[in-house]
Ligand binder design. Structure first.
Ligand SMILES: *Cc1c(COP(=O)(O)O)cnc(C)c1O
Length: 370
């Protein structure tokens, strides 16, 4: 069965092997060397001055970023489940918030951000997804961040990049915290959250708050290649192995380029067989189709063609399906996935199978210059 859900993603055999080695004690020079390597890799990946690892799923880092970087009022951008999560975190932490809410296919409008910042000058942090996984859309985070800093140079921009980091290069010039999680583009089991930080964010963190997720305490320790509490040692060893795999496959630029090519070729193939892409600004992390038979197509793919892809949640339940593009995915797997979708349409009597999806996928993927 091909696992094509936009998180969790499959774990490569070599990475599984790296995580199957004997457990190391974390307060040792041996583990510190492993931690140092992971830290350096993450700083490069985020392209930011600092990187922190936390033993939690991605949401732990989302919560801790809000607690440390928002002191008066949050602006949350809600175009789906994960944007809504930032709003719910604000409520749970008793942080006042203004929420900009959109349909799940619609990215944030910069005019709305400008108006919110002018109406509420006490907003000191903005929380937004780079890629909102609920509908597979890409927010214009870089432009939003530049605009917000123009209006208020001290504002903090917290970007949830959980389905964007490792998918595409993100311009972090105006981003203060960029978050990711292990089970998406980095193809690891869940349980490790990672966050890149700007110098301004580090200054605002100051002495830190909270106990387990105290970012000041973590920063102090992690700069010395250790952690305040027991780290997720196994996942960090897997992370280094995964960075090794990315390097072997041609490095980060190639990793991004191949993800973009797969996303483009998949979208072209799906459109060629008459399907409709859901978001108005699709992210590269996943291909999302809105379709009255979404659920049937998903079931046929799972039961007949060996492909597991994701459906939708809430009001999009049974209305969309989402195909993962994150990670080191062989093109022939993606070509099979679009072919299987075409076969499913034929099974449903919607169109005669003629191999268009596979052909268009390969044309777009392989005609593109390397
Ligand atoms: C997966 C995901 C998360 C994190 O969820 P966890 O279950 O806490 O790891 C957050 N934001 C986005 C956009 C995601 O796709």
């Amino acid at each position: 069965m091909l696992l094509f859900t936009p998180g969790p993603t499959p774990v490569l055999e070599s990475v599984r092997q790296a995580m199957a080695t004997a457990t190391l004690h974390h307060r040792t020079p041996e583990f510190e060397a492993i931690f140092k390597e992971a830290r350096e890799n993450l700083i490069k990946l985020f392209n930011m001055p600092e990187a922190i690892m936390l033993a939690s799923s991605g949401t732990g880092a989302m919560q801790s970023a809000m607690l440390h970087l928002c002191k008066s009022k949050a602006l949350t951008i809600n175009s789906g489940k994960f944007g809504e999560r930032f709003s719910k975190i604000a409520d749970a932490l008793n942080i006042p918030k203004i929420e900009l809410k959109y349909e799940w296919d619609t990215p944030v409008k910069l005019d709305d951000v400008q108006e919110a910042l002018q109406t509420h000058p006490d907003i000191d942090a903005i929380f937004v997804q780079v890629s909102e996984s609920a509908g597979g859309l890409r927010h214009p985070v870089e432009a939003l961040a530049a605009l917000a800093k123009q209006i208020n140079p001290n504002i903090m921009i917290v970007a949830d990049g959980i389905t964007a980091v490792g998918v595409e290069p993100i311009d972090t010039t105006h981003i203060d915290a960029l978050i990711t999680g292990s089970q998406k583009a980095l193809m690891l089991p869940p349980g490790l959250a990672m966050m890149g930080l700007s110098h301004e964010a580090i200054a605002k963190i100051d002495k830190g708050v909270d106990y387990y997720f105290n970012l000041a305490l973590e920063l102090k320790n992690q700069r010395q290649n250790t952690t305040a509490f027991t780290p997720a040692t196994t996942l960090i060893m897997g992370l280094n192995a995964m960075f090794g795999e990315i390097e072997k496959a041609g490095g980060l630029d190639k990793f991004y380029a191949n993800s973009a090519k797969r996303a483009k070729a998949t979208q072209g193939a799906l459109e060629a067989i008459g399907l409709t892409i859901y978001p108005t600004a699709p992210a590269l992390s996943m291909s999302t189709v809105i379709d009255e038979n979404a659920n049937e197509i998903r079931k046929i793919l799972k039961n007949k063609y060996g492909v597991n892809m994701a459906g939708g949640q809430d009001h999009l339940k049974e209305k969309i399906f989402r195909i993962n593009q994150m990670g080191l995915i062989p093109a022939y797997e993606s070509a099979w996935v679009v072919n299987a979708v075409e076969l499913a349409l034929s099974d449903l009597g919607r169109r005669a199978y003629d191999g268009s999806a596979n052909r268009v996928f390969n044309e777009i993927y392989y005609k593109e210059n390397e």
